[in-house]
Design a protein around this ligand. Sequence first.
Ligand code: NAD
Ligand code: MG
Length: 394
Amino acid sequence: MQYVTILGATGSVGVSTLDVLARHPEQYSVYALSAHSKVAELAAQCQQFRPQRAVVGSAEAALELTRLLREQGLATEVDYGVDALCAIASAPQVGAVMAAIVGAAGLAPTLAAARAGKKVLLANKEALVMSGQLFMDAVHDNGAVLLPIDSEHNAIFQCLPHSYGRSPAASGVAKILLTASGGPFLTRAVESLDAVTPEQACKHPTWSMGRKISVDSATMMNKGLEVIEAHWLFGASAEQIEVVIHPQSVIHSMVSYVDGSVLAQLGNPDMRTPIAHALAYPQRIVSGVPQLDLAQIATLQFERPDFHRFPCLALAFDALRAGGTAPALLNAANEVAVQAFLDLQIGFRQIDRVIAHVIETVPHGAASSIEAVIEQDRVARMAAHAYIGDRLAA
Ligand code: NAD
Ligand code: MG
């Protein structure tokens, strides 16, 4: 029996993870679940999966959850806050940790899982983008196993040799071909993007996801973060990673080898496939995802990304090349800008301007410690809020 902690259980990835786990009760048991504020949803999950522990975001939410659980006759231990998240991510009983909190808030517990030598199932790409080498060192130094959940990185992992040692050249890898759907605004007139609403931005053509990553997909910052994620996971330079627009989201990414071979992983766009793959790795388990019907799909299309339409993608490549804490600045500014867009404070086409402003004005340095990264995150958020405030006042 493997005990699993799910950080961010009430989110899109968290719910898909529980769906896969429910299909294999003889193999997996839920040790702990976390949610930020969706207390009723978390209580229902506790009722079904009977975890030993549950963690929420505040003391009030913890009181409310305790009340709901006791009503149901459940003895689940309830706690709140970041230390409690780190505790459920590193408890000795836990085998695997699904890191599915969205944004920088997931860094501390995901890092705690790595430092405790767990099998870390990484959905929370922002944590890796921020901390890069420091996170990879924590994985390596503590014997943790890092398995990518992001569908593209899971696909690349599946297309690389088992012996892959984070060196493309040593394995004959010429390029990593990172596919992108292009999101809901792939063909819409660029000028008309000023007027798009959060609802339009969150209406992804092929994937159903949380609101932050949905907006990131619309700006293609999601792909930019994924380029940085691929750099750290697979040891590939910016030049060795190519973004390919593929609107059908059937090929989840590819690896191009020096002999001219290109290996791809295909599947329906459903996160339960990478989740099941990583959970059971190196075995295979049923995920609930229907088998791919290629004749029904019939057509697969590819094109190059347009950096003018998607300036966020260019900003992310620049941050990767700049190195140090530049990706942490990029990520923090993006989180603030996306939230401001969702809150109707700025327009869609101002998201990239906020990020560019923060990168231009906040000096970045070496990512020498997690504390230094967290400090850069804090300063970048302040600069982003100030810029948005100034614009609103103007
Ligand atoms: P979501 O918004 O649906 O869920 C986020 C989860 O994080 C929720 O359970 C929420 O309670 C929790 N959370 C939010 N803020 C928190 C905070 N401050 N402290 C603690 N917990 C907090 O997001 P999602 O779509 O499931 O995405 C989760 C992560 O997985 C993101 O990093 C995203 O980039 C990545 N990811 C998602 C998908 C997808 O299909 N949804 C695909 C690939 C990668
Ligand atoms: Mg992805």
